[in-house]
Design a protein around this ligand. Structure first.
Ligand code: COI
Length: 360
């Protein structure tokens, strides 16, 4: 793929901001969008002129391949504002690498790294007012690529659209969540697309998650599709288990998303001297630990949820409550990680990325 990265961005600024229409105190996750969006089309084997324009609907043909074959991948990132008004991102290099890995798995073209960063910097500078200061306020960043060839032949699209939209958000879940361990449905399988951030991975979870919700649970913790024996991930977040003081999480594989928050938790835990085991973890082991009282915590980790404590799990029709200890790992990691994200503490890992007009 040839891409002339000296191509200048076209930037059309919104005439008027819609920010006064938004109540920042009652934000629901992903319902409001900022004033601008980024768009770039892949046509004739190359990415065309990158463009920023006012947030608006896109007019498309009903035959677009994305509607018929689900050729679509996305990322989830966030922008944080510190007390001095400086905006930061957190490990954006990881998302840039991952969206291209996901794209490759779905036979889609990779998007140039320089443009990815220029687009993010430009958008966040333009929509700076939408990023409120302080912990709990954040702009969720959603880059995505869709297949835009208007043709319903079942073959990879020859045209694509890469976009970035921004959404001011607060927390993803209200409070701690109850989960159910998957016993029948599966999220992904060996050799499948589970490790890609493919839109279809989320669509496939909606029905079993609805069944869980009807029974009073908010999330499913997926198990391996062969035997439903090993605990894997929770769909919108990777899963962590604390048995006594040991933190355990499943290794990544082609069934599990290589979550940025997941690897951040592992690194922070090791720095704190917490024993971490990245290994297969069985349902039987967690049920036994819950019964004997050594299961101290389960929590999810993801960009949208940050760290989401689990208050109970259900397996084979039995509910197992988890009483979060006073010195919980979930609370500790949430604090340590958000302190880095909001530039409250030093960043010994070099994870913070300063958003600036100097970057383009
Ligand atoms: C994220 O954490 O960014 C995700 O992609 C989860 C999303 C489906 C809300």
């Amino acid at each position: 793929m040839s891409t002339d990265i000296s191509t200048k961005f076209i930037v059309e600024e919104a005439k008027e901001s819609r920010i006064h229409e938004v109540d920042f105190d009652t934000l629901l996750f992903g319902k409001e969008f900022t004033d601008h969006m980024f768009e770039c089309d892949f046509i004739d084997g190359k990415w065309q002129t990158p463009t920023i324009r006012p947030y608006q609907p896109i007019l498309v043909d009903p035959s677009l391949k994305v509607f018929h074959y689900g050729q679509a991948v996305f990322e989830g990132m966030k922008a944080y504002k510190d007390d001095a008004g400086q905006v930061w991102m957190f490990r954006p290099d990881q998302n840039q690498i991952r969206i291209n890995k996901s794209a490759k798995r779905l036979a889609m073209p990779e998007f140039p790294k320089d443009w990815f960063f220029e687009a993010l910097n430009r958008l966040l500078v333009l929509d700076d007012a939408w990023i409120r200061k302080g912990k709990g306020n954040v702009v969720y960043i959603r880059p995505f690529i869709i297949a835009t060839e208007p043709a319903i032949m079942a073959a990879p699209s020859t045209q694509y659209k890469f976009m970035i939209i921004l959404s001011p958000v607060k927390s993803y879940f209200r409070g701690d969540v109850s989960v159910v361990f998957a016993e029948h449905y599966s999220r992904s399988a060996d050799g499948g697309v589970g490790a890609a951030k493919a839109a279809g991975n989320y669509a496939g979870q909606f029905y079993p998650t609805n069944l869980a919700k009807e029974m009073g649970y908010q999330q499913v913790i997926w198990t391996d599709s062969n035997e439903h024996k090993y605990l894997e991930e929770a769909g919108t977040m990777n899963a962590f288990f604390r048995i006594n003081d040991v933190l355990i999480t499943a290794p990544t594989s082609d069934r599990i998303l290589d979550g940025v928050t997941r690897k951040t938790v592992i690194d922070v835990a090791r720095r704190e001297g917490i024993p971490v085991e990245v290994r297969k973890i069985t349902v039987a082991e967690v049920v036994a630990a819950a019964k004997e009282g050594s299961l101290k915590e389960i929590f999810g980790a993801g960009t949208a949820v940050v760290i989401s404590p689990v208050k109970s799990f259900s397996y084979q029709g039995v509910d197992y409550p988890i009483n979060k200890p006073e010195k919980s790992y979930a609370d500790l990691f949430k604090e340590l990680i958000t302190d880095i994200q909001y530039n409250i503490v030093e960043d010994p890992f070099g994870w913070r990325y300063k958003v600036s007009a100097d970057n383009y």
